[in-house]
Design a protein around this ligand. Structure first.
Ligand code: ADP
Ligand code: MG
Length: 578
């Protein structure tokens, strides 16, 4: 339960503001997140981390000398947008390039990936190392698909220490990869967490039971057990982790016992005592361990255990000095405060629209508004569908995105079709977070670029727009037909739009035909197993249920077709074509 808050929608931002106020000696606030307040050495690599809020000390609490140079801070449990990552990285960069590091979640991968492309294009050399320590999230043969949880602390600390020592970008990247490869975690939860302002937890674990492998956003676990004693839980966690010893590991190991939000420190210490003994019994030398909170999940009742198998090089970096709000080691000399460069905004020249192109822009804004209305009507349903095998945020993420898009479209209405769609798309990906946010944002912006600024549009333009949306989503997300994503509804939709126009249909006819095709295809996704996105680790649970993103796409396709039909009727009566 979160009791103290003002406007729940502003909670994440307000928490970051307060964190910076409390740690002003180490942190500075920038648009999109935080950066370290003190100077870095010339050409020092900037390690930029980030993710959704609600996981403190991850991620902003791990920024400072010897730690990360900056953190992009998304909304609660939602990845930061590409724009946020780009702005934080630009502020943090100091001539030595940027290493982006974050947990392997589809939304983060998309947004950080877009930011990386942009930074590289602007001449700031940028690389990425994903954190993939959660052994519950995929089998060892598919280790690259695993999610990142508390092992992020290891990777960020090692990369931060390497950058502080003056290592170049190649070297910082190599060491971060090595740290990740030698880190394994497993978590267990006793009860769920509650978003600020929500009446109930996102999920519950039945009384007296424990869910093993439950994700930090409430992604369902791999097995349920009776609530164990502390020593039984230590046996289970240590046993499973020692079943996955990384290649080349020696006899020195760093255990990190992490509380997820509401497990008391004394409980953690009791558990840690058992973990320590078990590791000694297994012949390990325990090196510089940690026991406390490093990656939480709001007020989730749960713990995770991370093992990091060190060698000399990794041990030196792990034990090097650091001063961040939540993680300190050794002595760090007081640094001078730093001045920041911030990313320049996009200066898009506004053309003066003709009356006809402004009217078309108004119509475009109405379609975005119809999208928002559909999402609002179905928010709960979309969240519930996503909770079956995903993280339950599809409703709230789509609402944040669609509301921001509708507001931006309203503000831009009376301009051109291109500007309305581009503004809507940018606002959507900026505010929504999540995978779907990045995809919808880039899809809408692509529609805007494809339609451009004209006085009149013909039926063929509907095909151009539909294909631009489809291609942008496929290019960014990389999903194929049958992967159980929105692409499975999107491709048939664009196909039906094109077919209808080729057969002489109007735009209204084509959108209606597209909506039928999308609805049928979304229903059929129930038979598929997900291969992309957060639902993948729990693929089996999703069988029998449609994909959330395909379902929301079909609902929106229907709503937009209906709204376009009304607009067309209205303008036919007025004697003009929309
Ligand atoms: P997240 O997965 O980050 O929690 P959402 O819950 O908002 O984001 O969206 C989930 C939906 O995103 C999925 O149901 C799926 O349709 C879509 N999706 C996930 N990954 C991809 C991808 N790579 N390409 C296309 N669509 C995807
Ligand atoms: Mg989701």
């Amino acid at each position: 339960m979160t009791r103290l808050f003002d406007d729940p929608t502003q909670f994440a931002d307000a928490a970051i503001d307060g964190l910076v106020a409390a740690h002003r000696r180490v942190l500075a606030r920038v648009d999109g997140g935080v950066v370290r307040a003190t100077e870095m050495s010339d050409d020092q690599v900037a390690v930029v981390i980030g993710g959704g809020s609600g996981h403190y000390p991850a991620f902003a609490g791990l920024v400072g000398p010897g730690g990360a140079a900056g953190s992009a801070c998304g909304n609660l449990f939602a990845s930061p947008s590409a724009g946020q990552v780009h702005r934080v990285a630009t502020a943090a960069a100091n001539g030595g390039g940027v290493l982006l590091s974050f947990g392997n979640y589809a939304g983060d991968v998309l947004h950080f990936g877009q930011a990386q492309e942009r930074l590289n294009a602007e001449g700031i050399e940028t690389r990425t190392v994903l954190v993939t320590d959660d052994i519950a999230s995929a089998p060892a043969e598919r280790i690259d698909e695993r999610r990142g949880i508390a092992g992020g602390l290891v990777v960020y600390k090692v990369a931060g220490a390497a950058s502080e020592e003056g290592a170049d970008l190649d070297e910082v990247e190599r060491l971060a990869r090595r740290a990740n490869a030698r880190t394994r975690s497993l978590g267990a939860a006793f009860d769920g967490c509650t978003l600020p302002g929500a009446d109930d937890a996102l999920f519950h674990v039945p009384e007296g039971r424990m869910s093993l492998g439950l994700g930090i956003h409430g992604e369902p676990g791999i097995s349920e057990h009776d609530l164990p004693t502390s020593s039984e839980l230590a046996d289970l966690l240590v046993g499973r982790l020692l079943g996955e010893i990384p290649e080349g590991a020696g006899a020195r190991v760093v255990p990190i016992l992490n509380g997820l939000g509401t497990v008391k420190y004394e409980e953690l210490f009791v558990l840690f005592g058992h973990v320590d003994r078990l590791l000694a019994d297994a012949g390990y030398e325990v090196v510089e361990p940690e026991c406390g909170e490093f990656v939480t999940s709001l007020d989730m009742a749960g713990v995770s255990l991370t093992l990091f198998w060190v060698d000399d090089e990794l041990e030196r970096l792990w034990t090097a000095p650091a001063e961040t709000p939540a993680f300190r080691r050794g002595f760090v000399a007081e640094g001078r405060r730093r001045a920041f460069e911030t990313a320049a905004g996009d200066e898009t020249a506004q053309e003066d629209p003709t009356a006809a192109s402004a009217a078309a822009g108004e119509a475009a804004a109405e379609l975005i508004e119809a999208t928002r209305a559909v999402v609002e009507d179905h928010e709960d349903e979309l969240g519930e569908l996503d909770a079956i095998a995903g993280d339950g945020d599809h409703g709230i993420g789509m609402r944040r995105g669609a509301e921001a898009a509708a507001a931006a479209a309203r503000a831009a209405a009376g301009v051109t079709v291109a500007e309305v769609f581009v503004a809507a798309g940018d606002a959507w990906s900026e505010k929504a977070g999540g995978t779907s946010g990045a995809l919808w944002g880039s899809g809408l912006a692509a529609v805007g670029r494809a339609l451009g600024n004209r006085d009149a549009y013909a039926a063929d333009d509907a095909v151009v727009a539909a294909e631009a949306f489809r291609d942008a989503v496929v290019r960014l997300g990389g999903a194929e037909l049958g992967d159980k994503t929105m692409v499975d509804a999107l491709v048939p939709w664009a196909g039906a739009v094109a077919e209808s126009v080729a057969a002489g249909g109007s735009v209204a006819d084509a959108l209606a035909a597209g909506a039928d095709a999308a609805a049928a295809a979304a229903v059929e996704t129930a038979d598929l197993l997900p291969k992309k996105g957060r639902a993948r680790p729990l693929a089996e649970k999703s069988r029998g249920h449609p994909d959330p993103g395909a379902h929301s796409f079909a609902l929106i396709a229907r709503g937009v077709a209906a709204r376009f039909g009304e607009l067309a009727d209205r303008s036919n009566h007025e004697g003009e074509k929309p």
